[in-house]
Design a protein around this ligand. Structure first.
Ligand code: ADP
Ligand code: MG
Length: 230
């Protein structure tokens, strides 16, 4: 994948098991966000293919892809002029084409799942960062995707709000949601990931279990990275 002349991903070979949590770690600028953006085609790779349960993501119709792959962003990306409930309902009515009453029923249930029943009529501006991020998670869940991508979803939060969002994500992982999580939260990666992937300069430098990556890093770059962040 390249932005103009800048080649960002230089050949990534990665597989993610259904029902597993993959955490992607690595220095800033290593291509983690670009990799996630390829997985839901916010950007298009120049070569190669990406398969979701055997189907090529690159050949999939955008509406289909939006149903099957969810994403949660660092800056929430909620619609500021809509309430929490409306934010969750919008993809259900617009992308899934559900009738309003059905969308509302599902949206309320997912907001309850993330502990926000009492806040459903608030706009994003009236919610804390942690609550906004939980609305974004509820919105992703409401679509019943096969996989959810998370890009540094706690990086913009005040420290005291981080744990609530990480706990919610850990809970989703425990309940069998397939998740690909770009994170700087090494404790979360160690505790929750089935697979940890270390990226550097547009490549997967090392991938393995949390124990292998954190306790027995092989490449000098990963050793250096861990020495800096742990
Ligand atoms: P990470 O998420 O690991 O910090 P990114 O995937 O955001 O890394 O960025 C990888 C490289 O691509 C960096 O060199 C970055 O400057 C560049 N890049 C990211 N987004 C864009 C863009 N929209 N246009 C041009 N270059 C970009
Ligand atoms: Mg990034």
């Amino acid at each position: 994948m390249a932005y103009g002349e800048l080649e960002v991903l230089k050949g990534v070979d990665l597989s993610v098991k259904a029902g597993s949590v993959t955490c992607i770690i690595g220095p800033s600028g290593s291509g983690k966000s670009t990799l996630l953006r390829c997985l839901n085609r916010l950007v298009e790779p120049r070569r190669g293919d990406i398969l979701l349960d055997g189907d090529s993501i690159l050949a999939m119709k955008p509406e289909k892809l939006r149903r099957r792959v969810g994403m949660v962003f660092q800056h929430f990306n909620l619609f500021p002029d809509h309430t929490a409930l409306e934010n969750v309902m919008l993809s259900l009515t617009k992308i899934k084409g559900l009738p309003t009453a059905e969308a509302e029923r599902i949206a309320k249930a997912r907001l309850a799942d993330v502990g926000l029943s009492g806040r459903q009529h608030h706009r994003p501006g009236g919610l804390s960062g942690g609550q906004q991020q939980r609305v974004a998670v509820a919105r992703a869940l409401a679509m019943e995707p096969e996989v959810i991508l998370f890009d540094e979803v706690t990086s913009a939060l005040d420290p005291e709000l981080v744990k609530g969002v990480l706990d919610l994500m850990a809970d989703l992982g425990n309940r069998g949601m397939t998740m690909v999580v770009v994170t700087h939260e090494m404790g979360f990666a160690r505790r929750v990931a089935d697979q940890v992937v270390f990226m550097d300069e547009g490549r997967v430098m090392e991938a393995g279990t949390p124990d292998a990556i954190f306790d027995n890093p092989q490449s000098p770059r990963l050793q250096r990275f861990l020495a800096e962040v742990l």
